[in-house]
Design a protein around this ligand. Structure first.
Ligand SMILES: [Ca+2]
Ligand SMILES: [Ca+2]
Ligand SMILES: [Ca+2]
Ligand SMILES: [Ca+2]
Length: 407
């Protein structure tokens, strides 16, 4: 296995892709040249628009029709949490947001939608969750190529867990054999699906703490993808298919029972280099509880347990079910996008702008709106980072905030 050289550019590139929840993900345009660091963060301006007044669900960003421009993909639950068969997966073509169906009339449920070239034929396929509350399933949809307006073929990867729900999904070549693999978190399992061929997947299922929040990143910088969970991380071993994945605690507050409810274990995670030392840092937010700080952690020795992690609180965001790291103001460091669920009278979407290597943060309110797992990426293809979300898992519309950093 190749070791990752400790080069800033490599680390930053990895982190940039990690933010997209897939490491074999987009044909996004080349990153913009880095501007000179600003003395103080410039104020942000966003232009608001509605992508689809009736659209609802989870989104992903990527170039579906191969025209070099990023599009949007939408995962819409069936009514009755997947029990009825009226859910859909669809996509919106940039720039006029013409909608095409990938699959409709289906039992669509669970979280996680990722774009990746699963079959290696050069176009982005869709990996996502189906089923209902009693069946957590992962499927992939093969991009038919061309304009991709019809002819998508679906394939089951696995039912991951019965009486459960797919909470998080990630795609990366975890065993370094050149083929994208899947990492899935359900209520009780961390499951890996190693791709033998697009039709054949080898399952590795590991009992896990409850319940929500997972991303992959090379936290210990040894060249493989570790799995970061709510307050702890699983270290990718030499043979990720067979060896144990050792667990290392970062901070137990993110998995300790307080109320005894499932909300105690529901967390969003973002990986970024907030202190600009080129090493990945970890940010957590409570996604289902009010009054908690968005918090990030840095460590010089990530395997050394909670004492090795320095804790940095940056601001309270209630029911913070969106947490993303991206350079929103173009000054070269990672900022944080956070947003509340609809479970509050005063919802908000905020950007925390990073300055002084993560020691000072400026809170910038983008909108008084609720969000659900909002996505951050270059949606209007002008090379700055935009924000897109549905109002909730069950409420339209799909809203877009276009960053005016690069007009
Ligand atoms: Ca493909
Ligand atoms: Ca690693
Ligand atoms: Ca920044
Ligand atoms: Ca943009």
């Amino acid at each position: 296995m190749m070791k990752t050289p400790p080069v800033a550019r490599a680390a930053l590139t990895l982190l940039a892709f990690a933010a997209l929840e897939s490491l074999a993900c987009t044909r996004a345009p080349e990153p913009a040249p880095e501007p000179e660091p600003a003395e103080k963060a410039a104020p942000l301006t966003f232009e608001y628009s509605v992508v689809d007044p009736g659209g609802v669900g989870r989104l992903a960003i990527g170039d579906i029709d191969g025209d070099g421009k990023n599009d949007l993909v939408l995962h819409t639950w069936s009514t009755n949490r997947g029990v009825d068969s009226d859910g859909s997966v669809s996509w919106y073509r940039y720039p006029d947001w013409t909608k095409s169906i990938i699959k409709d009339g289906d039992h669509i449920f669970g979280d996680g939608i990722v774009l990746s070239d699963v079959d290696g034929d050069g176009d982005l396929d869709v990996v996502t969750a189906k089923g209902n509350d009693s069946s957590a399933q992962v499927w992939w949809f093969e991009n038919p190529g061309g304009r991709a307006t019809e002819g998508w073929k679906e394939s089951l990867v696995a039912e991951v867990e019965a009486d459960s729900e797919v909470k998080d999904l990630y795609v990366a070549d975890i065993d370094h054999d050149g083929k994208p693999d899947l990492a899935v978190r359900t209520k009780h399992f961390f499951a890996l699906y190693f791709q033998e061929s697009p039709e054949k997947w080898t399952e590795r299922k590991i009992q896990n703490r409850e319940r929500e929040g997972m991303t992959l990143a090379d936290l210990d910088e040894d060249g493989d993808y570790d799995a970061i969970m709510n307050g702890y991380w699983l270290e990718c071993p030499a043979d990720p298919r067979k060896d144990d994945w050792p667990s290392h605690v970062i901070d137990d507050q993110w998995f300790t029972d307080v109320t005894g409810g499932w909300q105690d274990h529901s967390v969003r995670i973002a990986i970024g280099d907030f202190d600009t030392d080129t090493r990945p840092d970890v940010a957590f937010s409570h996604s289902e509880k009010p009054g908690y700080e968005v918090t990030w952690y840095s460590s010089d020795d990530p395997k050394a347990g909670p004492d090795s992690w320095r804790k940095h609180e940056i601001g309270v965001v209630d029911y913070c079910h969106t947490l993303r790291a991206a350079d929103m103001d173009g000054d070269g460091d990672d900022d944080i996008v956070a947003a509340t669920l609809k479970r509050t009278q005063s919802p908000e979407i905020v950007v925390f702008l990073n300055s002084v290597e993560g020691q000072e943060w400026t809170r910038f309110r983008v909108a008084d709106k609720s969000a659900y797992k909002a996505r951050v990426g270059d949606i209007d293809n002008d090379l700055d980072m935009d924000i897109v979300t549905s109002a909730s898992w069950e409420d339209p519309p799909i809203m877009l905030w276009r960053n005016q950093l690069i007009p």
